[in-house]
Write a protein that binds this ligand. Structure first.
Ligand code: GLY
Length: 366
C-alpha cells in the first residue's frame, strides 16, 4: 500500500494506492467523509457490472446510504444534458450539502461526476475511484473537472479537488491492451517531463506484464509528480502546463480523427514525438537528444502506441485552425512544452506562424 497526500491551501487529500482497496472503499470513504450520510455514485455501463457490487456492499457496511447512477460508457456522456440528468437525480435522491458524490470509472465519469459535485448545491464533497490507468495517473488527481461543449472538449468546468482518491491496481487487469496503452502514454509522459530515472525504468520494463509487476511504484511515481505540479500551480497558470507535454499536437490529431480515430493516449504519444523533435530542432535536449528521441519512440511503440500520425494536405486547414484556436495559445504566440533534457520539461513561447512552419517541415509539407 502506498499513500500520497496532496496539500493545497485549505484542502488536503490522500491518494491511496492499494490492491483490493475497492473492497474497503466504505472504510476509506467514511474516514474522508465523516459527516456524509448519503453517497451518490456515478459509474458507467462498462464498470457497473464489474465493480458496483463490491463497492456498494462496502459503502453500505460503512453506513452510507447510496444511489448508483449508470451512464452510457463513452465520451458522449460528458455533456451538458448528462450533467443536468445527474443534478436532477441527486435532488431526487435527497442529497444535502453535507453529503457527497463519488466517481467510479474512467476519465469521463470522473470529469462529469466531479463537475456535478462542484456545482450541485454550490458544491459538495467528492471522491474519485478511478478504474482506468489513464484516470489513475492523470484525471483523478488535481481537481480538473469538466464537460465537453459543441465548441470543444472540457470547455465548461471547474477546479474541484476530491476529498479522497482510491486506486486499486487490480482493476487494471480488466482493461484491454489498447486502453492500457492509452494510460501508458501518460505514464511515459511523466518520465519525459520530470523524472529521467523513471523514464529509464520504463525503458527497462517495456511490457504490460513488467509494468504490472511494479504497478504500485508506477502509479505512485506518476501521482507524486502530478501532486508536486498541482501543489505548485493548482489553477494552471504556470508550471502545471508541463503536464501538457505532447498535448498541443495531440489535440490536433484527436480533432483530425474527429475524436474517433485516435484515442487520447495515442494522439498524445505521437504528439510527444513531434514535441521532442521540435525541441531538438530548436537546439534543446542536449547532446543526447537524438538517442532520447529514439528511446522515446521505441518505448511508445513497445506499447503499441503510434509515434507518427500522417497529416495530409487536406488536413492542413484544420491543423492551423486547431492550433490557432487552442485555448492554451495566447495572441500570436503558442505556449508549447518542450524537453530541455529527458526528464525536464520547460514551457516555451513560440510564434504560431513559426510553429506551423516547423510542423509542416516535420510532416514533410515544406
Ligand atoms: N491533465 C492535465 C492537468 O491536470 O493539468
Amino acid at each position: 500500500m502506498k499513500t500520497l497526500t496532496v496539500a493545497l491551501p485549505g484542502r488536503e487529500y490522500d491518494i491511496v494506492i492499494e490492491a483490493g482497496v475497492l473492497d474497503r472503499a466504505g472504510e476509506s470513504c467514511r474516514k474522508a467523509l465523516p459527516r456524509a450520510g448519503k453517497l451518490f455514485v456515478v459509474t458507467d455501463t462498462n464498470v457497473e457490472p464489474l465493480y458496483r457490487r463490491q463497492v456498494e456492499e462496502s459503502l453500505t457496511r460503512a453506513g452510507f446510504q447510496t444511489a448508483f447512477h449508470t451512464l452510457p460508457a463513452g465520451e458522449e456522456s460528458k455533456s451538458a444534458a448528462r450533467l443536468a440528468e445527474l443534478w436532477e437525480a441527486m435532488m431526487a435522491f435527497g442529497l444535502t450539502r453535507t453529503d457527497a458524490v463519488a466517481a467510479l470509472g474512467g476519465g469521463v465519469v470522473g470529469d462529469l461526476a466531479g463537475f456535478a459535485a462542484a456545482t450541485i448545491l454550490r458544491g459538495v464533497d467528492f471522491v474519485q475511484i478511478p478504474t482506468t490507468l489513464l484516470a489513475q495517473v492523470d484525471s483523478s488527481v488535481g481537481g480538473k473537472v469538466a464537460i465537453d461543449l459543441e465548441h470543444g472538449k472540457n470547455l465548461a468546468g471547474a477546479f474541484w479537488q476530491p476529498r479522497l482518491v482510491l486506486m486499486d491496481p487490480r482493476v487494471l487487469d480488466s482493461l484491454d491492451d489498447k486502453t492500457f496503452a492509452d494510460g501508458m502514454a501518460e505514464v511515459i509522459k511523466y518520465g519525459c517531463i520530470a523524472d529521467r530515472a523513471f523514464f529509464d525504468f520504463l525503458c527497462a520494463h517495456s511490457s504490460r506484464a513488467e509494468v504490472m509487476g511494479h504497478i504500485e511504484h508506477v502509479l505512485y511515481t506518476c501521482c507524486d509528480i502530478k501532486r508536486q505540479v498541482v501543489e505548485d500551480d493548482e489553477r494552471d497558470t504556470g508550471r502545471r502546463m508541463i503536464l501538457n507535454f505532447g498535448h498541443t499536437v495531440g489535440h490536433v490529431y484527436e480533432k483530425l480523427g474527429d475524436y474517433r480515430v485516435w484515442t487520447h493516449g495515442q494522439a498524445v504519444a505521437a504528439g510527444m514525438c513531434v514535441a521532442a523533435q521540435l525541441g531538438q530542432s530548436l537546439g534543446l535536449g542536449g547532446g543526447d537528444a537524438g538517442r532520447d528521441l529514439q528511446a522515446l519512440t521505441g518505448l511508445l511503440a513497445a506499447f503499441g502506441l503510434p509515434t507518427h500520425i500522417p497529416c495530409g494536405a487536406e488536413d492542413w486547414g484544420l491543423v492551423a485552425e486547431t492550433v490557432g484556436l487552442d485555448k492554451k495559445g495566447a495572441g500570436g504566440d503558442i505556449s508549447l512544452v518542450l524537453l530541455e533534457e529527458m526528464g525536464r520539461a520547460v514551457p516555451v513561447k513560440v510564434k504560431k506562424a513559426d510553429f506551423l512552419d516547423k510542423l509542416s517541415q516535420l510532416w514533410g509539407r515544406a
